[in-house]
Design a protein around this ligand. Structure first.
Ligand SMILES: [Zn+2]
Ligand SMILES: [Zn+2]
Length: 170
């Protein structure tokens, strides 16, 4: 797996936790990241203190503002770098397999957000442009042109723009 994809997966996991405020609805790659690394799902009560730091950190990366919230996250959940080969390919882990979920998520998400803040790999976290959608998304497209968190928000906005045009130009 390319490092860019690995960081992208961790960033998408961070964004998903912030968007939904829970680990209960994680599916696909997000859920697989936990099972592959022998990490259980945190309960909402366990997740709450992490979200308090994760939300401003994701927002700081999305808005390219002062990275202090990312540094706070790194301080609370310092990444522990280690090379793992459990999937057959050497890749960096930022937390030990089987760790309790909150420190594992904290370290892994902090590392991913720190990497993105510093421009390596070239990923972008954005805010959904559909109003009033509060969601973030990870943009891994080549020209960083993604604007919406989901197809639903994209088509909703397209329809609204179309209606607005028809109203103004009957
Ligand atoms: Zn791994
Ligand atoms: Zn949206």
């Amino acid at each position: 797996m390319r490092y860019e994809d690995y960081i992208g997966n961790l960033a998408r996991l961070a964004v998903e936790l912030v968007n939904t405020g829970t680990a209960d609805h994680l599916t696909g790659v997000d859920a697989a990241l936990l099972t592959e690394h022998a990490v259980t799902r945190p309960t909402p009560t366990e997740l709450a203190p992490l979200l308090l730091q994760l939300r401003p950190a994701v927002a700081a990366v999305a808005d390219a503002t002062d990275p202090a919230p990312v540094n706070r996250l790194l301080r609370t959940y310092p990444p522990r770098l280690r090379i793992s080969t459990h999937d057959g390919h050497p890749h960096l882990h930022h937390a030990p397999n089987g760790e309790t979920p909150i420190p594992w998520l904290g370290r892994s998400c902090a590392a991913a957000l720190a990497h993105i803040t510093c421009g390596a790999p070239e990923l972008r976290i954005g805010r959904c442009q559909a109003t009033p959608c509060p969601h973030f998304f990870v943009d891994q497209s080549r020209n960083h042109s993604r604007r919406f968190c989901s197809n639903t928000c994209a088509s909703r906005t397209t329809v609204a723009a179309h209606r607005a045009r028809r109203t103004h130009n009957p």
